[in-house]
Write a protein that binds this ligand. Structure first.
Ligand SMILES: [Zn+2]
Length: 190
């Protein structure tokens, strides 16, 4: 037995290797071990007929909202958007804040199968249903130092869309000056 798993007859699309066609894919120790037009079924412990299905490298969703039960109707279940939808890595767009980042880590990052990253919201309450509660999303609802410190990295958020500080933009996103964040990040001793 050379392989642990053989996916037979699926349409393999892998632009990085210029592959787009019907192929067999063999897996060993959790990694792709072979891609070929035909691989002997007896070479694998388990063989699955995936004809009529797409076989893709793990997709990356760069705009997800998966802080379930915290960010209202924006918060979907991470694995539903993730591995059960062909997405192996997703990036939550500003759901957690400096106050709720530990919960995102505990209930999403560490418990879901999908690799989950996040942008940190600059607002103390995080990226909830902002356009329903605009009073939570004003410039004075931001604590730049706390955000920079909790992130421990200069992760920028959807709140930092403008340096003019003129207030609410479309979709309830508040424009706040960028410079306080840059100053707060610069003050941190990493
Ligand atoms: Zn979004």
């Amino acid at each position: 037995m050379n392989y642990d798993l053989l996916l037979r007859g699926g349409r393999v699309i892998d632009p990085a290797q210029n592959i787009n066609g019907i192929h067999d894919v063999a897996v060993k120790d959790g990694r792709i071990a072979a891609v070929a037009s035909s691989i002997t079924p007896s070479s694998a412990k388990e063989s699955v007929d995936v004809s009529g299905k797409l076989v893709l490298p793990g997709l990356i969703d760069t705009h997800a909202h998966v802080f379930e039960y915290v960010t209202g109707r924006f918060g979907l279940e991470a694995d539903l958007c993730g591995v059960r939808s062909g997405v192996t890595t997703l990036i939550d767009q500003g759901g957690p804040s400096c106050m709720t980042l530990p919960a995102f880590r505990a209930h999403v990052v560490e418990t879901k199968q999908t690799r989950s990253l996040t942008f940190l919201s600059s607002y103390l309450v995080g990226g909830m249903e902002g356009h329903y509660y605009p009073s939570l999303y004003k410039p004075d609802c931001v604590d730049a130092a706390a955000v920079a410190k909790s992130g421990r990295a200069p992760l920028l958020s959807t709140g930092m869309v403008s340096a003019d500080g003129r207030g609410l933009l479309g979709r309830g996103i508040c424009a706040v000056p960028v410079q306080p964040f840059a100053d707060a990040v610069a003050r941190l001793a990493y």
